[in-house]
Design a protein around this ligand. Sequence first.
Ligand code: ATP
Ligand code: MG
Length: 299
Amino acid sequence: MASIISIASGKGGVGKSVVAANLSVLLAQQGKQVVLADLDTGGADCHVLVGLLNPPLTLTDYLNHGVDRLIDVAQPLPIHPNLRIIPGTGDTLATANMPYAQKKRLIRQFQDIEADVIVVDIGAGCSYHTLDFFLMADYHVAVATPDPTSVLDLYRFIKLAAIRRVLSMFITRDVMAEGLANRDYSSVKEVLDVAGKTDTSGRTLAETTLQAFQPALILNRATGRARVNVSQLKALLKEYVGGNLMLLGEIPDDPAMEQAVRAYVPVVLHAPASPAAAALNRTTEALLQLLNNPSSKAA
Ligand SMILES: Nc1ncnc2c1ncn2[C@@H]1O[C@H](COP(=O)(O)OP(=O)(O)OP(=O)(O)O)[C@@H](O)[C@H]1O
Ligand SMILES: [Mg+2]
């Protein structure tokens, strides 16, 4: 079965799609069969970043039942023979706000995709759809820039993803847990306290689930002046969320990135010698190490 890597962020415009597109190309160059899936249902644009300006099929064709299987929407890309794309949707209000059952069906379809790796670009924000698409993956990657608002949104996103993960685990385990899930939570501690009251093993189970949640961080648009205190962020997440955050890569702010976007070609192909491309290569190496280490896969 394919390894699913989800790429998300709290704040929009931080570079999720360029990171997803470039990592997909580099993984394909490493011999992996890759599918780049665009699940940013509000602002799908990955296809443009890889040069497919008018995709003949998109996720809309699957969601509107014109195409039976999600994999049938995947299209080869001329930029690499190992790379296919599932172009996103968002052209209609219905597809941008798909009902719960449709989302479940879509998530299940990912299990049937034959590939080595599926890279999923997820929309910004903390809606249930965004969190559930993020959490369906085996490897969770969050992108942030050094901008303080981006770091705050990243913290909020990871906290809410952790809460959603614990609640989903309780729901699949026990119908009684509906009561647990039907409340609103602002902190992980609150969830743990309520989980502890549900049954005796509740708190331990919730804590184990949180510890197994180990999202990876890609810092984008880093400059000499604008950096993030990653150890402080890690400590904050450890204390208030529970899991470990791992720094997967740091990509510099680089005009070659913007030029590549304007040329509809991923920067690793458009300007392979650029600082951004070099950093994306290093990030892919770190990602391959994760993929080769089954213990780092989300439970
Ligand atoms: N490292 C970088 N250096 C310079 N410019 C960058 C860099 N990363 C991204 N950009 C610029 O930021 C723009 C937005 O990137 P991208 O579309 O990947 O963000 P996003 O997080 O996917 O946005 P959205 O939330 O709208 O989906 C790109 O078009 C590019 O011009
Ligand atoms: Mg995007």
